[in-house]
Design a protein around this ligand. Sequence first.
Ligand code: ZN
Length: 319
Amino acid sequence: MKASLGKFRFLLFLSVILSASSLMAQKVREQQAGPGEKMVPTGDGQAIAVPAGPIGQAVVTGNGINYNGGPVLHNTVPIYIVWYGNWNGTGSNTQTTVNLIDTFIGGLSNSGYEKINSTYGDTTANVSGAMTLVKQVFDTGSQGTRLRNSKISAAISAQLTSGGLPTDPNGVYLFLSSSNVKESGFCRQFCGFHTHQTLNGADIKWAFIGNVDQCPSGCEIQATGPNSTAGSGGGADGMANVIGHETEEAISDPDLNAWFDSSGNENADKCNFRFGTTQTASNGAQFNQTLGGKNWMIQMNWENSRGGGCDQTLGGTFF
Ligand SMILES: [Zn+2]
């Protein structure tokens, strides 16, 4: 466990370096992150309204993360999933994982955990903390088993133009690949990422999350998760953790120009692979959340109030 934690920090370090060199939005971040801005207390932390801020007064700063002027996603956020590769396979590449992730997303919506995200807003309104899985489709491999960003874009774009998925600039598209699919950087530099780009004429927010059973030592906190069955591996549980991370960021920083700190870290990055207090499930796995009637081991998120900190639920203990 300690060795794994060391590797997670290493991964985080690498991801910061990577983001500084390869993310399209990094220039915007570097230009707009004011020096010392995050350290200036405004006193607004006490005034933040939860779960939703008042219209027009939604931007609260001074909690260790900066607002850079861009929009957040409001209201109930539609979630769309492309299950890519072979999800009728072995291990955790199965319908069981599909069902678990669907349950997880349903459980996230309006949970105390997801309400942490409602401390982020723009000049219109705050994030709601609600989301709903609208539609999911399966792509058994239209772009092959060695992916790079342009191939993921092409696969998502194909869904939009064919009508397989709606073209929705207010939604988040999760591209989830089975463990036989390689993606450049996945498992070596990151466990997932999110971005945005114009697809089918709209500003589409999408995230890539691979089946982390491809690299349990780097991207899973434990080989057996609370929902793992014998022989399945911890993939579904490990993916849920990364999906939580990327979804929070895609909602609070959808165009990569809203919420991140002066180092370029978005809210979930500031709590990367940090879990707080945990309990032990019946199969011996650790968990720290119960969502959708199941236990999960999900990293904390950065709360933009009370001075800022990582917690497991809005208003909860900072760890
Ligand atoms: Zn992140």
